[in-house]
Write a protein that binds this ligand. Structure first.
Ligand code: BMA
Length: 314
C-alpha cells in the first residue's frame, strides 16, 4: 500500500526515527513512546522488550523532534519496592507524559500475574523519577491525564477491560491524583467500523482553540489478526466529558514496511504528540511494536475531521 497525498498525517521521510540499534543496552524493540517538550528539548520515554519478553522504559532526547539520542541507562525498570514491585513483576509499558503544576506526570501500565494496572510516577527533570501510586485496579490500560484541572479536579481518560461491552474510552476525576471516581463512558467502538473491536486513549489530550484533541487507537479484527490504527476525537474545553465529535475516518493506518511487519504486525500505536507554535502537531507512534515513527498534521485539519465527518460517540 502506498500513502496518498490526501493523508491527514504526513509521515516523516526519515522514519523509523528510533530502533533497537540506537539503544546502548540490549533490547529487542523500541515502541509506544510518550513524548513531551522540556526546556526546549523533546523527551521521549519509550518502551522496550527485553529478551525475556518483559518491558522496560528508556529515555531519548532530541533538539528537533526527529533525531533522538538514547541515554546510556534505562529510565524505569520494574520496581523493587512495594507496593509497586508486586504489580510490575512482568514489566512497565506504554508511558504517557503530562505537564501539570510544574511537574511531569507519567502514567504507565504495570504488568504482573495480577494483570495490568495503571501506575503514576512524577518527575521534574527527567533525571530522577518517583513512583506515586497505583491508580487503578487490574485490567485498566492507556491512561492519559489532562494537562489542566476542571473545577479543581484532575481528569483522565482510560480504558477498562470489558468482555460485555467492547473496550471503550472512559473519563474519571480526582481531587489528588490518587483517588479517582465519577467515571463515565465517553466513546465506544462502532460495529463494522475500523475500530469495532476496541479503542483506547493514545496521546495526552492536546489543547486547541476548539477543544481537547484526543488521538486514540482503534482495533479491527481480521482473518489475519488485529489491525491497530489511530483516530481522533474532540472534547469540550471546559468539560472534557462532553464529546464534540469523533472522526469517522482513521487518521493513520499501518502502511510502511516497519508498521506492517515486526514484533506484532499491522500496528500503529501512539502514546504521545507535541503541538507546535505553527499550529501543527507531531504525532509519535510505535510501528509493529518494534520501532518509533513520527508524522505531522495540521491541528485545524484534525479538528475539522472531528466536527465535519463524525460518527456517534457511544
Ligand atoms: C496492546 C498493547 C500495546 C501494543 C498493542 C499491539 O494491547 O499491548 O502496547 O502496542 O497491543 O500489540
Amino acid at each position: 500500500m502506498t500513502e496518498s497525498d490526501q493523508s491527514i498525517v504526513k509521515r516523516y521521510e526519515g522514519n523509523p526515527i528510533l530502533s533497537k540499534k540506537d539503544v546502548p543496552y540490549p533490547v529487542e524493540t523500541v515502541h509506544n513512546a510518550g513524548v513531551i517538550k522540556h526546556n526546549k528539548q523533546y523527551i521521549m520515554l519509550f518502551r522496550s522488550h527485553l529478551r525475556n519478553g518483559r518491558s522496560i522504559i528508556g529515555l531519548a532526547e532530541s533538539n528537533d523532534g526527529f533525531h533522538f539520542k538514547v541515554r546510556p541507562e534505562p529510565f524505569m525498570t520494574p520496581a523493587t519496592h512495594e507496593p509497586f514491585a508486586t504489580y510490575e513483576e512482568f514489566g512497565v509499558e506504554d508511558p504517557r507524559i503530562c505537564f501539570l503544576d510544574g511537574e511531569y506526570l507519567i502514567t504507565y501500565s504495570a504488568y504482573s500475574k495480577h494483570g495490568a494496572r495503571i501506575a503514576l510516577a512524577r518527575t521534574r527533570d527527567f533525571k530522577t523519577v518517583v513512583r506515586e501510586a497505583l491508580i487503578s485496579q487490574t485490567d485498566y490500560r492507556n491512561a492519559v491525564i489532562f494537562p489542566e484541572k476542571f473545577d479543581g479536579c484532575y481528569a483522565r481518560l482510560d480504558r477498562p477491560h470489558s468482555e460485555i461491552s467492547p473496550w471503550s474510552i472512559w473519563i474519571s476525576y480526582s481531587p489528588d491524583l490518587i483517588h479517582w471516581g465519577r467515571s463515565k463512558v465517553l466513546i465506544k467502538p462502532l460495529a463494522y467500523h475500523w475500530d469495532e473491536m476496541k479503542i483506547g486513549p493514545g496521546t495526552t489530550p492536546i489543547k486547541t482553540h476548539k477543544g481537547w484533541l484526543n488521538i486514540f487507537h482503534g482495533v479491527f479484527k481480521t482473518m489475519d489478526g488485529a489491525v491497530y490504527r489511530l483516530g481522533v476525537a474532540l472534547h469540550a474545553l471546559d468539560d472534557p466529558s462532553r464529546v464534540l465529535g469523533v472522526a469517522d475516518d482513521w487518521i493513520l493506518q499501518p502502511e510502511d514496511p516497519w508498521e506492517v511487519s515486526g514484533y506484532v504486525h499491522n500496528v500503529v500505536f501512539t502514546c504521545g504528540a507535541v503541538s507546535e507554535a505553527d499550529a501543527s502537531i507531531k504525532i509519535y507512534w510505535g510501528g509493529a511494536d518494534t520501532v518509533m515513527c513520527v508524522g505531522t498534521a495540521r491541528i485545524d485539519d484534525l479538528i475539522d475531521l472531528c466536527l465535519s465527518k463524525s460518527r456517534p460517540a457511544v
